[in-house]
Design a protein around this ligand. Structure first.
Ligand code: NAI
Ligand code: MG
Length: 491
């Protein structure tokens, strides 16, 4: 397959979609350019697939699923193939990290961390495949009842561009471990690592048709997949707007879905917090991946008594931040594309018009290519809770500092956005940490920590506009399966 040879110096490598175990072009014959965000230059092409290609992929997945080529293997055998894939990803870590960084613009260290998480996903789900089971249930005399946990069948997945390798691996790891067949639509802005890992999955022994990757536009390929009557479940990670259309399509087909739709996650700093530990984490949680992270810590809530000190210390940290090309491996890379750079700039412009003070701004490295999609990291505060800076997901390296008086007000502000994905609580008072953790509405809460380097073991997902359903950990195996109850009359 042409894709295998893609090295990061190659010019305009023609990549292929993957349907029924074979590398292929889309039925339109058209190709889309893959642009490196660091210099704005195309370096590869991907097929612009269409609804017809989605149809082929769903049919291939259905046939492979019905032929029992995957689900009939024992759970241990499926697990071994996933463990083999984990090892193959590890062997290819440098190449995959280089592809991921060039495709997304993320610094190389981040690319390596993402591949390390992918290795862990397939290791975790490879090991978990044979450790999920049903129950026996007491009913009536003469009866035996049990639950069987079975795959959905054909699972559709639409995934975003911010962490292609990681999000692909968290979906594929869990869905494949449960015995499903998959059709994945990666984002048009970043899908090369997904294609490469899918290829490695076949080298590891995955039967053809069980994992299909269809490239192209969201409103063309993604929408066709979401609406396809041949899928049995769909999972989506991306914007709330598209999430709504995915859930509506799932409703029409009467299938289940999980949605992971980002956040406006707060880190709450009480006056007794260990600031030496907290502040580097507060900084990292918003600059990681240029802030293009669903779980980015994009608000920092600071108790009034330490507000000045925190602002002063964060100011120094933000001034020292430097953005530059992925291969220079600086604090942040460029944003994914021009549209995202415009979106982030528009939020900052609006903040300026609303006279929200810009406390500090980082810099862009000298000699950075003009055509790259760079933005400087920015620290704003005090940010009023009514502003878009405090309410909306920016998906850029922009941190909003918000003061609070006491515990009650901290909780109220933390919960006062449409989102609820992750929160951080920093305090030396253990009872307060637990009180706050229990009242914050979010899918995960960290106490004196934030972010978990992939955290493949930890159920992850949102409440409110952040979505529903859980990815990661054993919970994802439950999402990607369905319970059947069998009742036996043995007299
Ligand atoms: P998006 O939601 O449009 O893209 C995510 C995925 O959905 C991509 O694969 C895309 O091709 C697909 N898609 C787009 N339109 C579709 C449709 N009509 N039907 C089916 N699939 C479709 O996100 P976008 O526009 O790239 O980013 C906009 C904002 O969304 C970001 O600024 C950020 O706030 C949020 N976002 C959140 C993510 C997360 O991790 N939760 C990831 C990406 C974006
Ligand atoms: Mg969009």
């Amino acid at each position: 397959m042409a894709f295998k040879t893609l090295d990061t110096n190659e010019q305009l490598a023609a990549c292929k979609a993957l349907i029924n175990g074979a590398a292929c072009d889309g039925s339109s014959g058209e190709m889309l350019e893959v642009v490196c965000p660091s210099d704005g230059k195309p370096f590869a092409t991907i097929p612009r697939c269409t609804g017809a290609d989605v149809g082929r992929a769903v049919t291939a997945a259905r046939q492979a699923y019905e032929a029992q080529s995957w689900a009939k293997l024992t759970a241990a055998e499926r697990g071994r193939i996933l463990l083999g894939l984990s090892n193959l990803i590890a062997e290819n870590q440098d190449n995959l990290a280089a592809i991921e960084s060039r495709d997304t613009g993320k610094p190389l260290t981040q690319g390596r961390a993402d591949v390390a998480a992918a290795i862990r996903y397939f290791e975790f789900y490879g090991g978990a495949a044979d450790k999920i089971s049903g129950e026996t249930l007491p009913v009536a005399d003469g009866y035996l009842a049990m639950t069987l946990r079975e795959p959905h069948g054909v699972v559709g997945a639409v995934i975003p561009w911010n962490y292609p390798t990681q999000i692909f691996s968290r979906v594929a790891g869990a869905a494949l471990a449960m015995g499903n067949a998959l059709v994945i639509k990666p984002a048009e802005h970043a899908c090369l690592s997904v294609l490469r890992v899918a290829e490695l999955a076949h080298e590891a022994g995955l039967p053809k048709g069980i994992l299909n990757v269809v490239t192209g536009f969201g409103d063309e390929v993604g929408a066709a997949l979401a609406h396809h009557p041949g899928i049995d479940f769909i999972t989506f990670t991306g914007s709330p707007q598209v999430g709504t259309t995915i859930q509506a399509a799932a409703a029409r087909n009467h299938i289940g879905c999980t949605l992971e739709l980002g956040g406006k996650s707060p880190q709450i700093l009480f006056e007794d917090a260990d600031l030496d530990k907290a502040l580097p984490t507060v900084r990292n949680a918003i600059i990681q991946n240029g802030g293009q992270t669903c779980s980015a810590g994009s608000r920092v809530l600071v108790q009034e008594t330490i507000y000045e000190e925190v602002v002063e210390r964060l100011r120094n940290k933000f001034r020292a931040l430097v953005a530059g090309p992925h291969d220079q491996d600086l604090d942040i890379g460029p944003l994914i594309n021009a549209a995202q750079a415009r979106r982030v700039a528009a939020f900052c412009e609006r903040a300026k018009n609303e006279r929200i003070p810009l406390i500090a701004e980082g810099t862009i490295a000298p000699d950075t290519p003009e055509a790259g999609f760079y933005t400087t990291p920015k620290l704003f505060g005090p940010v009023p809770m009514t502003s878009s800076l405090a309410q909306e997901e920016i998906f850029g390296p922009v941190l909003a500092v918000i003061p609070f008086k006491d515990e009650e007000e901290a909780i109220r502000i933390a919960n006062d956005t449409p989102y609820g994905l992750v929160a951080g609580v920093w305090t030396r008072d253990g009872a307060r940490a637990i009180r706050v953790a229990r009242r914050v509405r979010s899918g995960q809460v960290f106490i004196n920590a934030y972010g978990a380097g992939g955290g493949v073991e930890l159920p992850f997902g949102g409440v409110k506009k952040s979505g529903h359903g859980r990815e990661k950990g054993f919970e994802a195996l439950r999402e990607f399966s369905v319970l059947k109850t069998v009742i036996i009359n043995h007299g």
